[in-house]
Design a protein around this ligand. Structure first.
Ligand SMILES: NC(=O)c1ccc[n+]([C@@H]2O[C@H](COP(=O)([O-])OP(=O)(O)OC[C@H]3O[C@@H](n4cnc5c(N)ncnc54)[C@H](O)[C@@H]3O)[C@@H](O)[C@H]2O)c1
Length: 254
């Protein structure tokens, strides 16, 4: 019988920001493809619902409290993961924040918060996980960037800057780590309805602006983003590196 494609059996995947939204969907999709999944979020965020949906596909699930803004927590989290499971094959840097504010109103505190959560956290997590991947000569580092890293969206200069930074980071780490069998990529979605965007999308004027920009004429779904992650994590994507895979219905082609 021919082997099915995009399977992740035997792989261990760590997904950050997995308590809700896109991260929760990615965790369930990777489990459906056969991966054992480590679901992680900030202390205080419940991972119970995600654990339940992961277990529908694969019993092998570990919960890990870790604030990606805190490098001590990253170190401790990776130590715990290494002691418990021994390795990480797939890292999905999904955790991020977005508190829209026009340029004239951005505070220094908000700037720092965004860069810590959206750029610094994922970078140092990747740095801690990469040595395990280098040792086994195989790894997948996948960020959830955003179309906001490729185009400008008025009202979110800081978020757009962080996602642009992620797209650059992916290129450089992909160049540095390719020789070790590690690929580094990102998925760049358009708007998806989650806690991050729900309130803004309820504003009819904003929703009209968004839908007017998406040639396919609707928002992206969590499953569509998760499917792109599963592809990048798979063996079949072994020649895809340093790439931002757009799941944007064509928005960024304008
Ligand atoms: N929703 C969209 O329209 C959209 C579009 C493009 C890209 N994205 C990206 O997709 C990813 C997921 O977004 P979402 O829409 O599911 O958002 P969300 O707000 O629903 O979920 C984000 C998750 O990240 C966690 N998180 C935040 N800061 C953290 C930290 N310091 N440490 C650990 N966990 C932390 C939150 O607790 C939450 O569970 C983000 O990277 C986001 O930028 C979202």
């Amino acid at each position: 019988m021919e082997k099915s494609m995009f399977r992740l059996d035997g792989k261990i995947a760590l997904v950050t920001g997995a308590a809700t939204g896109i991260g929760a969907g990615i965790a369930a999709t990777l489990a459906r493809q056969g991966a054992a999944v480590v679901i992680s979020d900030k202390p205080g965020e419940s991972l119970a619902a995600t654990a339940e949906s992961v277990k529908r596909h694969n019993d092998s699930v570990m919960e890990l409290e870790m604030d990606v803004c805190d490098t001590d927590q990253i170190r401790a989290g990776i130590r715990k993961l290494q002691e418990t499971l021994g390795k990480v094959d797939i890292l999905v840097n999904n955790a991020a924040v977005n508190r829209p504010a026009p340029g004239l109103e951005v505070t220094e505190e908000s700037w720092d918060d965004h860069f810590k959560a959206n750029v610094k956290g994922g970078f140092f997590l990747a740095q801690k996980v990469a040595p395990m991947m280098i040792q086994q000569k195989w790894g997948r580092v996948i960020w959830i960037s955003s179309q906001s890293g490729l185009i400008g969206i008025p009202g979110q200069p800081v978020y757009c800057s962080t996602k642009g930074a992620v797209i650059q980071l992916v290129k450089v780490l992909g160049l540095e780590w390719a020789k070790h069998g590690i690929t580094v990529n990102s998925v760049a979605p358009t708007f998806v309805e989650t806690n991050m965007t729900r309130k803004r999308l309820q504003n009819q004027e904003f929703l009209r602006f968004v839908l007017g920009k998406i040639p396919i004429g609707r928002l992206a779904t969590i499953d569509e983003v998760a499917a792109a992650v599963a592809f990048l994590a798979s063996e079949e994507a072994s020649m895809v590196n340093c790439h931002a895979l757009r799941v944007d219905g064509g928005w960024t082609a304008w």
